[in-house]
Design a protein around this ligand. Sequence first.
Ligand code: AHR
Length: 662
Amino acid sequence: MRLKKFALAVAVIMASNYPGYAQTANPILVKAGTAVAPVQSTMWGIFFEDINLGADGGIYAELVKNRSFEFNDPLMGWNISGDGVKEGNFLILNRQSENPNNPRYLRVTATGERKGLMQLSNEGFRGMGIKQGLRYDFSVKYQQLIPGMKLHLELVNEKGEPIGAAAFEPLSGTGWQQGNISFTANATVAKAKFNIRFEGSGQLDLDMISLFPSDTWKGRKGGLRADMVQMLADLKPGFVRFPGGCIVEGRDLNNRYQWKKTIGPIDQRQQIVNRWNTEFSYRPAPDYFQTFGLGFFEYFQMAEDIGAEALPILNCGMACQFNTAELVPMADMDPYVQDALDLIEFANGDATTQWGKLRIEMGHPAPFNLKMMGVGNENWGPQYLERLQLFTKAIKSKYPAFNLIYSAGPFSDGELFTQLDTALRKMGADYIDEHYYRKPDWFLKNAARYDNYDRNGAKIFAGEYAAHITEQKKDPIERSNWLAAMSEAAFMTGLERNAAVVQMASYAPLFAHVDGWQWNPDLIWVDNLRVCGTPSYYVQQLFSTNKGTDVVLATSNGQPLTGQDSLYVSAVVNSKTNELIVKLVNTGPVVMEKDLVIEGIKRNGASVQVFTLKGEKPDLSNSLDQPSVIVPVKSLLHAGGKKIRVNLSPYSLTVLNIPYKK
Ligand code: AHR
């Protein structure tokens, strides 16, 4: 007994004298037996946009850039070389009236004796990531006008040395044919190129020149990069919002996203320029186009694969109001509204419906079970409200239970936000989509943002958010540092505590390619061969994989913890696994010792699982070379009772999984 007292005294003295240590007197009271609100299965999701080479050059695994010569400059990405190449050997033809969706193709003519071979090379999207021992699938559409040419296919490394090859002999016959051949690479190269050398004499038309790795997600031909999809699957997201973002609106209406043009045969998906091609003059991306190889069918399929609800966002008849602000007259809105109705039919309809039949023909007999859709992205003004009304009337009268998401515009407060929010609520919005790209400090100060939101009105979709540190960094991935992530975590405790009103949330943007980004910070960085989760990624993952089923109260001195003494706390129970899950964010520079007092459940004596995500310093970040500087670390806390003492590391997010008896 004496010894115990002495040990306790020493511990207290050590704790209070230790400079990096804070003992806070008031315990955290967790009322685990009283559910305050359910946590929706959709709570933590994904925002996907083809920005920063997110789709083309990113998750869409096609390695050939400008495969069908439809870029503004039809030979962009291609290089022609070889002995004696002259005018007319390579021509771009345009069959606009015959094939308006894919008008251009390449005509190759080789006549007479040559010393060397003519060569066509593709540089890939910032090179091609090639893996040793992996099979690569080449495909091409071709027509032989004058037989006699053989194609030598070759992958080469940065020095031009071959790392995989095959020979392709076109079949005799007339008209367009499909050619396929596969070969294996014998080296791993981050920035390979693909050459086609032409042997013999003849004339050949080529289109849709394509090369895919065989290790795509689920091994689907022409599919997605498995490592990138896996990062999404590991988030266990509740929903996938697609296809954006500003890309939905387009710089102008011509450039808007039209889902009907992104489904069906791949060579009939009409390409358009990507709106991020020219958006930022300091980050021009002249070779950024949308092939729509990742189109709406594939988005639905990906969402289904990773167990997430699909959340498409459609254009509302308005182009981006920061760009052209083009507007469709009300009298011409029918096709836009019809697109929305048809999309529901495409996703959910049976074989007797026009669009459902198409989905079935594309290989998905079961409905995708679409339940919600966003109308407009960051739109505002009376024009937006007027158009929303049209959509709402048409959709709700046909599908009364369908949920619609309205945009609260680009800002999270101010006059524009308030006006729009008031109007949308008057319209009886199901969900309001709020966006905030703000400094870390804003996130820290706004953890109580939703505490007083009306519980009976519109639900909130925090559709795009990310903490933006002020300084630009030479290496953009460093802007996704721990300070940003920790501030988001602090804020997210406020989202979770308010799950009664906040029912969906997604960080934005999702992906960025190190050599092809336009916007930062981003959640996941990639190069041609690797992926790297930022600290924000791991924050998202910890919240999402510990989302529980019901929010419970966690207070100190009767108040929710929204930053007092640098502490942010939220708690949920998972009634399926019988766990109380408490998330604690210590944004201060010292260890914080806290007592948790748990009411309303019976502990079962089992240890507490602890996940800690922390940065020794707030400005640390992960990188492709060092992806694990800030990653969750799992440990066990042997505390089986209802009072648990925890030591929260400086600058940390701690997630406690506390088992209890049924
Ligand atoms: O996430 C990047 C962009 O930010 C989105 O496209 C747009 O909605 C927002 O302004």
